[in-house]
Design a protein around this ligand. Structure first.
Ligand code: ATR
Length: 267
């Protein structure tokens, strides 16, 4: 079996390392490569993938929406989210899926426990937010609240959420059991937080989908106040594990995948 991740840039992607570790743990004879595809070459994507004889591939920044017109079908969640990070190739038929939202939610559930009764607030309304919000709306009893800087971002959301402006964050944050930053603010050691967190519920979980650095300024302010924090490393691991499951029908070795990525990033 042969898989790949396509993106631009792609050289720093940890997906090949992570997937190879899973193949090794499962004793599978499979390959996973990183393909750099600049936007100006994207119209050749079907030829490129065919030339590499792939059985499936992941799609990352900046192609998660651009890939859609090239697909033969979309899963219901990819359709609702409007972005694709996993493509299954079978008999030259391409089916797009999105495992980012389920990846975050499955990872969080493993640590937090059942999310059914949690009141959840998401910060940001980009592709990652939409995936997580969509997955959570299928699960949680309470409406999912989303704050964003630009309210027009919600215009093409086809499922129900509670919309708020980012300026309301500080005022409403105390109502939630789980707060998730999905904006890129704080990535790559930028010492900036997307907002101020004060007077939260005592047992709140403050989460970030960023995992480089392991602790963003957003998570640090929460940790300094004694709140439970949770970064985006599990999301990365579980989105990969879900892609693998969609491609092969097999369960991935999550622990092997997490350990190799943690080791590379944090040790
Ligand atoms: P992704 O697909 O990775 O989620 P994206 O689609 O570029 O990324 O979305 C980024 C999100 O982060 C958006 O919600 C964006 O807010 P706007 O819709 O107002 O642009 C949010 N974001 C990015 N930089 C931000 C900042 N400095 N402050 C607040 N929100 C920010």
């Amino acid at each position: 079996m042969k898989f790949a991740v396509i993106g631009n840039p792609i050289s720093h992607s940890l997906s090949p390392l992570m997937h190879h570790e899973n193949f090794k743990a499962l004793k599978l004879n499979a390959q996973y490569e990183a393909l750099n595809i600049p936007p100006e070459h994207f119209h050749h994507i079907r030829d490129i993938i065919q030339a590499h004889a792939l059985d499936g591939f992941n799609v990352t920044i900046p192609h998660k929406e651009r890939i859609i017109p090239y697909l033969d079908a979309l899963s219901p969640e990819a359709e609702a989210i409007g972005a694709v990070n996993t493509v299954v190739v079978s008999d030259n038929q391409w089916v797009g899926h999105n495992t980012d939202g389920i990846g975050f939610v499955k990872g969080l559930e493993q640590r937090y426990g059942n999310l059914d009764n949690a009141r959840i607030l998401i910060i940001g309304a980009g592709g990652a937010s939409k995936g997580i919000a969509y997955t959570l709306t299928q699960k949680a009893r309470y409406p999912i609240a989303v704050v964003n800087r630009t309210m027009s971002r919600f215009d093409d959301w086809q499922f129900d959420i509670e919309k708020h402006h980012l300026s309301e964050l500080e005022q409403i944050a105390g109502q939630f059991d789980i707060i998730i930053n999905t904006t890129p603010v704080g990535m790559n050691n930028v010492e900036e937080s997307v907002g101020v967190l004060n007077a939260l519920k005592e047992d709140v979980w403050v989460c970030d989908i960023i995992y480089i650095p392991a602790q963003t300024a957003f998570l640090k302010q929460a940790a300094d106040q004694g709140y439970q924090t949770y970064n985006g490393l599990d999301m990365f691991v579980y989105q990969g594990a879900e892609s693998f499951r969609i491609w092969t029908g097999q369960e991935a070795n999550i622990e092997a995948m997490r350990q190799i990525v943690e080791h590379r990033l944090y040790q």
